[in-house]
Design a protein around this ligand. Structure first.
Ligand code: F6P
Length: 359
């Protein structure tokens, strides 16, 4: 019988619990034991490690549906990677992780995380050398290379769509535009997908330069005095500081366009998990368990078309643009961005959505 551990790391998103649920169902169906590690790697760096056994009978029935993580995502008050790095205790921290994993006698570890956690695991492969490490990609930013989808993205797009659908009614009532700022860090994929879903008249993303005068001209040509302008949080405006939606909103006001900035904020990471994210969770969990069965290690699961495959973490790291992690200064993470040949850009242009100086 195999003993596997499962943990969630990094920012939360909807779908984490679906993955946990699917892993527990699939693993117990194979006759394996599953141990949930509470608070990610932080939970491993306590004595004794914070771990609970999980079975289908002990999992709450609603877990496959609700956002957040049943296992939590880390605890800033405990010993964790960021403060260990800051206080010069990284070597001790890494040793504690390795010792805890060895003490738990796990055969495998399923890590549900984002590009920061994957990059860190790749760099610190020695910590996980005693077991089979399989990573499952989750993030509303969809900034992980080599996978066609990440857990939580579809639900985030849905939440933004619901939010903007409601906003549009106020927009129409008040003859007013809304500049809606999405999350996504420096990747515009969330804003682009949600913008197309909502029928925004403009989508501004960090990957594509834009010009305020062109944006104003576009809005004036739309033939409506209300609508949505979707702006990704990573957008910058030369000579300005502050939140991009506020900056663009001020520019539009100065050009006589009635508008307000709006911030859906953390609801993008919440909301009941969509069916598409739950199906993705089932596919990725099955792929991860197959990988463990086949004794693969240092891999991530990736959606390719309709199927799920495993990809070595070394390929994930080599495929992305490397940049310093915003939370962990010592680390470079591997990032995916909107590529100029992304078919959704052509779709947006065909829908007469302003997306900046692309073609
Ligand atoms: O990476 C997910 C994300 O929600 C980003 O879109 C956002 O910039 C960031 O996390 C916010 O992080 P925090 O929870 O630390 O405010």
């Amino acid at each position: 019988m195999k003993k596997i551990g499962i943990m969630t790391t990094g920012g939360d998103c909807s779908g984490l619990n679906s993955v946990i649920n699917r892993v527990v169902l699939g693993a117990t169906n194979r006759g394996w034991q599953v141990f949930g590690i509470v608070d990610g790697t932080d939970g491993l760096c306590t004595c004794p490690p914070n771990v609970i056994e999980m079975t289908p009978a002990t999992l709450p029935v609603e877990i496959a549906r609700i956002a957040g993580s049943f296992l939590h995502n880390g605890n800033a008050h405990m010993m964790n990677f960021e403060n260990a790095a800051e206080t010069g205790h990284l070597t001790r921290f890494n040793k504690m992780l390795k010792d805890s994993l060895a003490a738990l006698k796990l055969d495998a570890l399923v890590l549900i995380g984002g590009n920061g956690s994957f990059s860190l695991s790749y760099k610190n492969a020695a910590i996980y050398s005693g077991l089979s490490l399989v990573c499952i990609p989750k993030t509303i930013d969809f900034d992980i290379p080599l996978t066609d989808k990440t857990i939580g993205f579809d639900t985030a797009v849905n939440e933004l769509t619901r939010y903007c659908d409601q906003l549009l009614l106020t927009a129409r009532s008040h003859h007013r535009w809304f500049v809606v700022q999405t999350m996504g860090r420096d990747c515009g994929r969330l804003a682009l997908s949600a913008g197309v879903a909502v029928g925004a008249d403009a989508i501004i993303v960090p990957e594509i330069k834009f010009n305020v005068d062109d944006l104003v001209r576009h809005i004036n040509r739309v033939g409506r005095d209300y609508g949505i302008i979707m702006v990704s949080e990573g957008v910058t405006l030369r000579g300005h500081s502050g939140r991009p939606a506020d900056m663009i909103s001020r520019k539009l006001s100065a050009s006589g366009i009635q508008n307000r900035a709006a911030f859906p904020d953390y609801i993008q990471r919440a909301g009941d998990t969509t069916a598409a994210d739950r199906i993705l969770a089932a596919k990725m969990a099955t792929c991860a368990l197959d990988a463990i069965e086949n004794r693969e290690t240092n891999v991530m699961t990736a959606l390719r078309g309709n199927s799920c495959v495993t990809v070595p973490l070394s390929e994930f790291y080599a495929a992305g643009d490397l940049s310093r992690d915003p939370n962990i200064r010592e680390l470079c993470t591997s990032n995916a961005y909107i590529e100029p040949d992304d078919p959704l850009l052509d779709v947006a242009i065909a829908m007469n959505i302003y997306i900046g100086d692309i073609k």
